[in-house]
Design a binder for this molecule. Structure first.
Ligand code: FES
Length: 108
């Protein structure tokens, strides 16, 4: 599903979108790669897209859990449940996201 032009998602400025009834954080990490993960922190009802990008993680601003952009798993407490990740494709400078949630293993 087409989301937006790739240029709209800048490094360190996550974008919150809703597709197929799901809130998704679209994130470009400091290496320039684009990821999509569930936008709701699993510790509270906080929008992760309002958080901070560090390396390949997105940090919840409320209590500091950092979620892996690759697996959706938090790397530190207090969150201990993963958010889903979504498949991202960039074609002709447009971001496309498959809205099927994927729950990965911690070690993926
Ligand atoms: S609400 Fe996100 S870490 Fe507490």
């Amino acid at each position: 599903m087409r989301v937006c032009p790739a240029a709209e998602v800048q490094v360190d400025t996550p974008k919150r979108i809703e597709i197929a009834g799901q809130a998704i954080a679209v994130v470009r990490d400091s290496a320039g790669d684009v990821y999509a993960i569930g936008d709701s922190c699993t510790h509270g009802e906080i929008s992760l897209s309002e958080g901070f990008v560090e390396d390949c993680t997105l940090e919840c601003w409320a209590h500091g859990s950092r979620f892996s952009l690759k697996t959706g798993w938090p790397q530190n407490l207090p969150a201990y449940e993963p958010v889903p990740v979504y498949a991202v494709e960039i074609t002709d400078d447009e971001i496309f996201i498959d809205p099927t949630p994927i729950y990965k293993d911690k070690d993926d």
